[in-house]
Structure formats: structure tokens, C-alpha cells
Design a binder for this molecule. Sequence first.
Ligand code: SF4
Length: 355
Amino acid sequence: MHPFSKKLISWYHTNKRTLPWRDTVDPYKIWLSEVILQQTRVEQGLPYYNKFIEKYPTVKSMAIASQDEILKLWQGLGYYSRARNMHESAKQILDVYDGQFPNNYEKLLKLKGVGTYTAAAIASFAFNLPHAVLDGNVYRVLSRLFNIHEPINSHQAKSIFTQIASDLLPSKHASDFNQAIMEFGALHCKPTSPLCATCPLNKECLALIQNTVSVLPFKTAKKPVQKRYINYLYISDEQRIWLHQRVNQDIWKNLYDLPYIETESKIELHELQNRLDFIELFKKKSYNIVSQKTMVHKLTHREIHATFWQIDVKKDFILNKNGIFETSFHLLNNFAVSRLLDKYFEGIAKKDKNE
Ligand code: SF4
């Protein structure tokens, strides 16, 4: 075994966190934890993992659930395509593999939403197969240990780092090594203030020797963030509210949403009321705009500038537009919505309570 690998595994056995998906070789549980942790911190993901395991203890129980139920349980975690893909994969495992989790890398890669990282993680953690994982932690540790200045988001980076990680991977201890290097990156060789003074690799670490720790890993500039301006119409009478489901290829696909009008920039009330799509919705029926609230919500490549217009309507109000439907307030909790909408509803509920 490479001396670096030996030291990392030994560090791991002394320092690893106790986490439920570490005490198992059940590929379903490992897969679920990996999907949840893809863009989520451990502290935030842990309660979701527990909720999912409690409600869906097997891949079969997840496969036969409805997508609405899955999205509802996922609510608040963001990046909802993860939940939709996870559900698709569960159905695929039930249909194609009779509910048995695929047990090799190539078959794992065919599952929806499973890329090279997740396939390597499941193959090694559940089946101890020799596939090296590459996540942000691994890129950081390797780029510092070997003082690599190749940007980690470049085209070549993946093959360069995969080669190094594979060279370090001890074939009989793939699971331990992969978990060790990721945990080491998360807890010890951290993005800022890595613990170099107490590092078991500080005699060999080339970045420490050459004083480049703070600039590694190297990354090229990110894509610019796209700003979107969405005017949400919170139309309600005392009992009803109007919703629709987002079915297009866009953010928050299949989640429920308020009717909205998207504009090029932020608009004022009179501009909203003069728009044909707004006039069309109300068809000369009386309405009363009682409040306006602006919120900014950040996604990976987008910044959503949302203006919520609270619009009171009368009890005989009917909104006839394809895809938009009315529901009563007490059923609102059954619909999976984006974190942005959830926050807005929370604000409304708090306000109502204080009044
Ligand atoms: S010496 Fe510092 S930079 Fe190098 S591997 Fe250890 S913690 Fe990371």
C-alpha cells in the first residue's frame, strides 16, 4: 500500500465521524446518503436521510411511492432534480433488477442521476470494488499533496486526478481509502485554515513545502450568474388559493408554484396591472392588491428576484387558465414547493399569527 494511503486510512480510523451510512454496506442506504449529500452539508442532510429511511426502508418502498410524495419529503433540500432522478432510479431497480441493487460500477452508472462519483462511491463502499472517488474534498487533498496547479474545473482535470487517486487506491481497501480521503478533506485538509501543523502528511505535502496551500485547489472563473425577475401572484380569498405545477424544462420541475409572470427586470404595480397576461387572468373581475414583498433567492447559476403580489379576490372568483387550479388553504401543505415559496408561506403564516 502507498505510504500516503496507509497514513490516510490510519487517520480515518481515529478521526472519522459516526454517521448512519458508514455502519452499513447496504447499497440502497449508501446511494440515498450520496444523493442527499451531493450538494448538501452533512448536518443539513442527516435529518433528511433519517426521514427517508424511516418512510422508505427499502428501494422497493421508494419505487412504489408517488413522485409527489418523494418531492414533499425532499422539500427544503433544493436541487430537486436529485429527488426526481432518485425516484426514477428506484423504479428502474425494481423493474429491471427485480428490486436488487446493481452490484457493479457499469450497471450503477446506468441509473438515472448516477455519475462517475456516485457509482464509484456505491461500488467501493457497498461492494469494496476498486474504483476511486473524486469529489471536491478529494480534488483539494490531491492538488495540495502533489502541488497540482491544473484548474480542477478544466476538461483535463478529471482524468489527471482520477489517475492519481487510482494509483493511491489500495485494491483490497477501496472502501476505507475512499472514505478516508473524503473525510480527511472535510475535517482536516479544509478549504480554509487546513490543520497543517498536526497533519500526518505534513512532511510529504508538496503544497506545504512550496508554500502554495492557500491557492490550491486552483479553479478558473465561474460562469456569470443569470438574474431572473419573477412576479408571483398570491391570489386568495378566505379559503382558496391558486396554484399550478411546473412541468416545463426549467428550475423546480414538477414542484407546485403560484401563478407567475416573468419579466426582463423588476416592475412596478402599474406596469404589472397593464400587462396583457395579467389582465387576461382577471378578466375584469374585481381584485385588490393588498401587499407586495420582494425576496432574492440564490441558485447555483441563477439569482431569482421574486416579487410576491398578494391579491385578494371575492368568493365567486373563478380563474380559468390551463394548468392553474384552486385548492383550499388547509391542503396547501400537501404540495411540494420550492424553498423560496416555502419561505414566503412561512412569512405569511407568521404574519397571520401575529395579527
Ligand atoms: S499539510 Fe496541510 S495542506 Fe498538506 S495535506 Fe496536510 S492539511 Fe492538507
